[in-house]
Design a protein around this ligand. Structure first.
Ligand code: SF4
Ligand code: SF4
Length: 341
């Protein structure tokens, strides 16, 4: 796991004195080439406190609504920010922003049972006790093991112990849009919420050290552990939805979650012109839930072309969808100024 991240990249970025889109900033790579010690850097006082940061999470109740496309365009529109791809189960913001990985580290999450074969007497007590069918006298199924530790206590020969396993990778990167923290969970890996928290922690350290007040978070879809981890303490959640019953159903669950945590919600209705009845229904729901609709983005072939080209839409097109996303970003900035939390 990474040590305390360098007031880091901060400098990395910052010293930057940077320009638009983070270009011209001192980059992560320069900080590393300079041989600066993360430990030493971490002793330096950050330029900003955590309370001075503004954090925006772009989220969706349902996957496939266009959340990451909009996050990529926001990344291109925002001037002074750190990016955090917290969709660790299916990270793909890098496909549009093309970060250069400067530092990578395995992430160790959940604990699972490990056996010392030399101490095992094959009595089968662990197999009898495990409620998850995760262990036999021959082997441990690390994907089925829940790390409850019962077998460790039950083994009469002290042949078992709990150990952490690598369940993903974490990256600190440079991009032409600014410094970026991102990660990927290994297939079947657990602890996605903790990995999201790690991504955010490193993004915050970078932002504080680099005097970059904004963190743009591409959050996971849904309302599970990783989505909740991406939303903790954000100043604004931008919810991306589309006019379908499934998207509306999942948006409601997300809006209820945001209401529960007292997080202001803004909604972008993507592909808004595909179904007018569902569009109206979503607008009514947003009004009832007190969520501000900041943009209705029309269906536009240019979005598909931008994705195929691996570029943020607003960089390659000036059509109706691109204009609506620019309006959404302007509205997001306004809401951030007004945010009271
Ligand atoms: S309980 Fe311990 S000694 Fe018995 S089979 Fe399991 S690991 Fe081996
Ligand atoms: S730690 Fe719990 S879940 Fe894992 S093998 Fe042991 S008893 Fe089963």
């Amino acid at each position: 796991m990474f040590g305390p991240v360098p007031a880091v990249v901060a400098e990395a970025v910052d010293a930057a004195g940077s320009g638009k889109n983070g270009m011209g900033a001192r980059r992560v790579s320069e900080w590393m080439r300079a041989g600066a010690s993360p430990a030493a850097e971490s002793n330096a006082a950050p330029a900003l406190s955590r309370a001075e940061l503004k954090q925006v999470a772009i989220v969706s109740g349902k996957g496939g609504t266009g959340k990451t496309s909009i996050a990529a365009s926001f990344a291109a529109l925002a001037t002074e920010k750190v990016l955090a791809d917290c969709d660790v189960d299916a990270a793909n913001l890098h496909l549009l922003l093309h970060p250069e990985v400067r530092q990578r580290q395995e992430f160790h999450g959940a604990k699972v049972a490990f056996r010392d074969a030399s101490a095992c007497r094959a009595c089968g007590e662990c197999e009898r006790r495990c409620r998850f069918a995760a262990i036999t006298r021959e082997k441990v199924d690390v994907h089925a093991c829940q790390g409850c530790g019962l077998c460790v206590l039950a083994c009469p020969n002290h042949a078992l112990a709990l150990e952490t396993v690598a369940c993903g990778e974490f990256f600190l990167s440079d991009s032409r849009y600014g410094p970026m923290a991102h990660a990927r969970l290994y297939p079947g890996g657990e602890s996605s919420g903790r990995l999201v928290t790690e991504v955010r922690r490193h993004a915050e350290v970078m932002a504080m050290g680099a005097n970059l007040r904004l963190i743009l978070i591409d959050g996971p879809p849904g309302i599970g552990c990783s989505a909740t981890a991406a939303l903790v303490d954000v100043d604004l959640a931008v919810v991306v939805t589309e006019p379908t019953p499934a998207a509306q159903h999942d948006m409601l669950r997300l809006l209820l979650l945001l209401k529960h945590f007292g997080i202001p919600a803004a909604v972008i209705l993507n592909k808004a012109d595909l179904d007018d009845a569902n569009r109206q229904s979503i607008l009514q729901m947003c009004e009832a839930m007190g969520a501000t609709v900041i943009a209705q983005v029309p269906f536009d072939d240019a979005v598909t072309r931008a994705i195929a080209a691996g570029r943020p839409l607003i960089e390659v097109d000036e059509g109706p969808a691109a204009r609506a996303i620019q309006d959404a970003w302007a509205a997001t900035c306004q809401l951030l100024e007004c945010a009271t939390i």
